[in-house]
Design a protein around this ligand. Sequence first.
Ligand SMILES: [Mg+2]
Length: 383
Amino acid sequence: MLFEKTNVMMKKALFIDRDGTLIVEPPVTEQVNTLDELEFLPGVIRNLYLIRQHLNFELVMVSNQDGLGTPSYPKENFDRVQGKMLKILENEGITFNDILIDTSTKEHPLPSRKPGTGLLKKYLSGDYDLSLCYVIGDRLTDVELAKNLGCKAIWLNSPDNRPLLEEKQLTSTCVLITPHWDEIFPFLALPYRTAEVTRKTKETDVYVKVALAYSGQCEVSTGIGFFDHMLEQIGRHAEIDLVIKTRGDIQVDEHHTIEDTALALGEAIHKAIGSKAGMNRYGFVLPMDETVAKAAIDFGGRPSLIWKVKFKREKIGDMPAEMFYHFFKSLCDAARCNLYIECDRGNEHHMAEAIFKAFARALKMAIRRDPLNKQLPSTKGML
Ligand SMILES: [Mg+2]
């Protein structure tokens, strides 16, 4: 057993939709009537197996089966498909603790029809820690069910449909949008790591938010165009979500703005990493154009920067070249990491960009975690 099962009094559950989530939903009838139509979604079996084996969630199937038991949807059709589906899953070590089916219709819904919680009273009685429970489903009604239960949702859908969540005020309920089951087990095994840092002095006002997720969305504004461009390289190439808003005394010069942004970013990375269990401690990369940049990183807990970079120009864009060293020194001091950076020839705009990209790729490798390995990457037993 890789993940220790705890004896906490409160239980936790995954409420999993069936059609469109476990098995493919026929687009016209929205009914799986025959064994020929039975098809599992890609990755569902291997991920449910990992969840069942390594995480202590109860598995609860919750499904609307419109008009089941009427001539338009004979019960024997459903039973044949359901029986085969459960047998295949059982043979792979996946069993459900509970299976809850509502048979009412969209036109005449009962309180038991999703997103109603009528079938789930048992889970609202206080035995379950709903803050640790998730609904997994492909429809907005699954996300609404999560909201009604007071738990979170994993929406099996395209991230392009995120605006639909905003329209229904479901953004805070939905903690993961993904079309792939392969993202679900790692997400549940390793919850997102995020941190916010606010740093206010007489010289600067900095807000940094990082989410060590994989989307690479950036919102950067420091008042120094070239610096913004470089910070965006970190978000995109490390594939972390990054919000950086700095208002600094650039009427004096760029120094405080760059330095304090680096300190806040380093602190946010340090806080977001938290426990280093299961994390890849080291990372390095060698991107090449007409220039070569090397970056290696170690989140070993002690700050140190080796900087083998030679800029000849005084400024790159609107950023003083000497501030690149100062940025990385401040960042690695605050992030408590060792950083080695080398780049000594080529077009200087390319050099700067290659350094930031190399750093970002090294960071991406270093912060990745293995969901099946919760050991600290150190023989000392602490980092
Ligand atoms: Mg569905």
